[in-house]
Write a protein that binds this ligand. Structure first.
Ligand SMILES: [Mg+2]
Length: 406
């Protein structure tokens, strides 16, 4: 072992969507590229490193990014391409350890503690050299699979691994011995601490606390008296301590799908059709995992970042696309009646998930309360659709019409 304890890796693709566009179009290489909606209300979904020199960032309004970098080339995004690349990257990661926790389409934590000895034996090296070789090999395999740059951070916990990959960007690899973390962190700004947002940073600045060293020197009890118990977590992280586990996908407590739009969308029909696609996708995940759900939540974010959720509880646990779509469509209709404006983001999530064992409990209830799984025609439709999607991939089938007509 290189250091006692855990070995955690954080892998993060660099300027992911923009890198995909630069890969596929040589005319965009080495140029400032902004992926996103080109309209006045558009948002930057990804900014190439060439554009970041001018201050462009993802989630920035497109108009603002173009003021910072008027020569930037705006490219409308292509989610199909990005999700294919994302899937290929995650396939690569899972060949190194089964314990992969996706954080977003282009970012994951990997638990390497129990896997390290395999590589030590395979390559006949140990200590830092084995970590360096794993990191380089992952980057190389990602290159071979999707021809895209990734940054890798390796350390003793999630916080330090992510910090390392951030510091190494772009196309970097950084290994941070957790025993050196306390010293390395000292001069860094407090903003590197997970969960410490811009407003809190402002309040800390008023107390002359800008660096992690200054935060530590201020003293735990004085910090807690001003900021509450959360300050203890900041100080723990500031010393490089973080014991959050890498969680596997199968442990997830909810199933969801959300999307930030390239251009804000206000058209009800367009929103309906997107929501139908999301609902079909989450219902399929539910059936793939052999689960049912009790509730559904829609998430709406407006152009000014204000975010709303609307939820419904179902009469009985279900895994049926038709039932879920009825609930989702109803929530959307009510939302549209509130007339709050065009959406920047929309999402759907399912909760109250149960597996097979709990289904049997419901099966003991009277029949009218136990629509646990749909039967008959609609169940056939779900099964057939799932089989087709499994064989030919998403987008191979559209059954929006059939659901709407019923
Ligand atoms: Mg990234």
């Amino acid at each position: 072992m290189s250091w006692p304890g855990r070995t955690i890796m954080h892998v993060d693709m660099d300027a992911f969507f923009a890198s995909v566009e630069q890969r596929d179009n040589p005319a965009l290489r080495a140029k400032p590229v902004l992926v996103g909606g080109a309209s006045k209300r558009g948002v930057v979904a990804a900014a190439s490193y060439e554009s970041r020199k001018f201050g462009c960032r993802s989630a920035m309004p497109m108009a603002q990014a173009l003021r910072l970098c008027p020569n930037a080339i705006v490219v409308k995004g292509n989610y199909g391409k990005y999700s294919a690349a994302s899937k290929a990257v995650f396939d690569v990661l899972r060949t190194f350890t089964p314990d992969v926790q996706p954080i977003s389409v282009d970012e994951a934590f990997m638990e390497m503690t129990g896997t390290l000895h395999i590589y030590e034996k395979r390559w006949g090296v140990s200590g830092l050299p084995v970590l360096e070789k794993i990191g380089r090999t992952i980057k190389q395999r990602i290159r071979e699979a999707v021809d895209l740059p990734a940054s890798v951070g390796i350390s003793g916990n999630k916080f330090l691994a992510k910090l390392s990959s951030d510091l190494s960007k772009p196309d970097g690899l950084k290994i941070l011995d957790p025993r050196d973390a306390e010293n390395e962190l000292a001069p860094m700004p407090v903003g590197v601490i997970y969960g410490l947002g811009p407003k809190t940073q402002d309040r800390l600045r008023q107390l002359e606390i800008k660096s992690i060293a200054e935060m530590r020197a201020f003293g735990e009890e004085r910090l807690v008296s001003r900021f509450g118990e959360q300050a203890r977590d900041w100080l723990r992280l500031s010393r490089g301590e973080d014991n959050r586990p890498v969680r596997l996908e199968r442990e997830q407590k909810s199933i969801g799908k959300e999307r930030t739009f390239f251009d804000n969308i206000g058209d009800p029909e367009e929103l309906r059709s997107l929501l139908l696609g999301f609902t079909e996708e989450v219902a399929r995940s539910l059936r793939e995992d052999k689960l049912t759900c009790r509730g559904i939540t829609l998430k709406f974010r407006l152009g000014d970042f204000s975010t709303f959720t609307r939820s419904a509880t179902l009469d009985a646990p279900t895994d049926s696309t038709k039932i879920l779509w009825a609930a989702a469509a109803d929530l959307l209709t009510k939302w549209l009646h509130e007339r709050r404006g065009a959406l920047r983001l929309m999402g759907v999530s399912l909760h109250g998930l149960s597996g097979e064992e709990q289904l049997d409990l419901f099966a003991a209830l009277p029949a009218e309360q136990t629509q646990v799984r749909t039967s008959g025609k609609q169940k056939k439709v779900d099964e057939t659709t799932d089989a087709i999607v499994q064989k030919f991939g998403r987008g191979s089938i559209k059954r929006g019409g059939s659901l709407r007509d019923e």
